[in-house]
Structure formats: structure tokens, C-alpha cells
Design a protein around this ligand. Structure first.
Ligand SMILES: Nc1ncnc2c1ncn2[C@@H]1O[C@H](COP(=O)(O)OP(=O)(O)O)[C@@H](O)[C@H]1O
Ligand SMILES: O=C(O)C1=C[C@@H](OP(=O)(O)O)[C@@H](O)[C@H](O)C1
Ligand SMILES: [Mg+2]
Length: 176
């Protein structure tokens, strides 16, 4: 079966939830950030500092393309995956794409509890306005790239996963 791709804002829960979803489906799990870290033997933060965002985006595009050749797999992406048009075309043709949506308040709380450093977000600054600016630029891209938007607000993981799996099954039956 086609891969499941999770997209959405940084901090919405793509990595954590993707891992759990893969386990539930008995699918493989990959995360584009983790693939980049493995390939470069360096943290995302260090890659941004040493080589810059442009290099990171090139690496992201390459590992994502490779990941999309896999079947029966959940692929969690970095929040900026949709900044590249080719990535969007490819995910839509090769996989079933789920946009994980949550309120900016909930995303802020997630990020405050996360120990992972995100170079494009300064958790010591006004996180809400940084996220708000980012989501203004990205929201339409997530909407256009996805096959299904999943609203995470006030739902537990079990409910969220069932919603994803139901839509995934329908997609595979109809191949829409
Ligand atoms: N299902 C979950 N269980 C526990 N914590 C979660 C869950 N989903 C999100 N979180 C919280 O949100 C933070 C960000 O999640 P993460 O998966 O890293 O987001 P993303 O990959 O979208 O940037 C995590 O560090 C964790 O604190
Ligand atoms: O939003 C972004 O542009 C980014 C999100 C990060 O991944 P998460 O979405 O997992 O935080 C990571 O890829 C990098 O820091 C850039
Ligand atoms: Mg992540």
C-alpha cells in the first residue's frame, strides 16, 4: 500500500504521532529530519549553522524522494517540506498525504515541552507570533498539498489514528 506522508507546522506532532501510527499499522517509519541527521552525522541545528537553510532544503528533497519509493511506510516530514513545488507534486502522486492541523496555542505548548531545537523558531522569543507568521505563509501550501486535513484539536491519539486510517483505506479503495 502507498506510503502515508504527514505534513504540518513544526511542533504539531508529526514525528511523535507518526512513530506511533506506524507501530499501530505495523508499517515502517521514517522521518525526513532523522534521515538528514543520519546522512550528515550532524544535528539539524548544526546543519543550519554550518551549511545554511538552502543546503538543508536540498538534503530534505533528496531524502524525501528516496523515502517515497517505500511502500507500507509512514513518512513524517519537516514543517518546510511544502516549500518546494517538486516535493508537493511527488508526495501527491506517490503517497497519501495527511495535513495535521492544530491551534497555534496547542503547537506553542508542544514546542515549549520539546527538547529538540528548531533553528527557524526561537523558543525564548515570542513563539506565538513566530508561528503565526509562519502559518500565514504555509497554511495554503499544506491545504493544497494534502489529500486529507486532520484536525487534532481536542482529540486523543486513538481517535486521530482511526481518522487517518479510515481515510487511508478509502483512498486506497478509490485511488482518489
Ligand atoms: N502523541 C503525543 N504524545 C506525546 N507528546 C506529543 C504527542 N504529540 C505531540 N507531542 C508533543 O509535541 C512535541 C512536538 O512533537 P513533534 O512530533 O516533534 O512535532 P513535529 O515533528 O511536527 O515538529 C513533542 O515533543 C511532544 O512534547
Ligand atoms: O518548519 C521548518 O521549516 C522546519 C521544521 C523542522 O521539523 P519539524 O516540523 O519536525 O519541527 C525541521 O525540518 C527544520 O528545523 C525546519
Ligand atoms: Mg518532526
Amino acid at each position: 500500500m502507498k506510503a502515508i506522508v504527514l505534513i504540518g507546522m513544526s511542533g504539531v506532532g508529526k514525528t511523535v504521532k507518526g512513530k506511533k501510527l506506524a507501530k499501530k499499522l505495523n508499517f515502517d517509519f521514517v522521518d525526513t529530519d532523522e534521515l538528514i541527521i543520519e546522512k550528515n552525522k550532524m544535528s539539524i541545528e548544526d546543519i543550519f549553522i554550518r551549511f545554511g537553510e538552502e543546503y538543508f532544503r536540498k538534503e530534505e528533497k533528496e531524502v524525501f524522494k528516496r523515502a517515497l519509493t517505500k511502500k507500507n511506510c509512514v513518512i513524517s516530514t519537516g514543517g518546510g517540506i511544502i516549500l518546494d513545488k517538486d516535493n508537493i507534486t511527488l508526495m501527491r502522486s506517490e503517497a497519501v498525504v495527511f495535513f495535521l492541523y492544530d491551534t497555534l496555542d496547542n503547537i506553542c505548548n508542544n514546542l515549549k515541552n520539546s527538547h529538540i531545537k528548531r533553528p527557524l523558531l526561537n523558543t525564548k522569543g515570542d513563539l506565538f507570533s513566530q508561528l503565526s507568521n509562519m502559518s500565514i505563509l504555509r497554511e495554503k501550501l499544506y491545504i493544497n498539498a494534502c489529500h486529507f486535513k486532520i484536525d487534532l484539536t481536542n482529540k486523543n491519539d486513538e481517535t486521530i489514528f482511526n481518522e487517518i486510517i479510515d481515510n487511508y483505506k478509502t483512498f486506497n479503495l478509490l485511488d482518489i
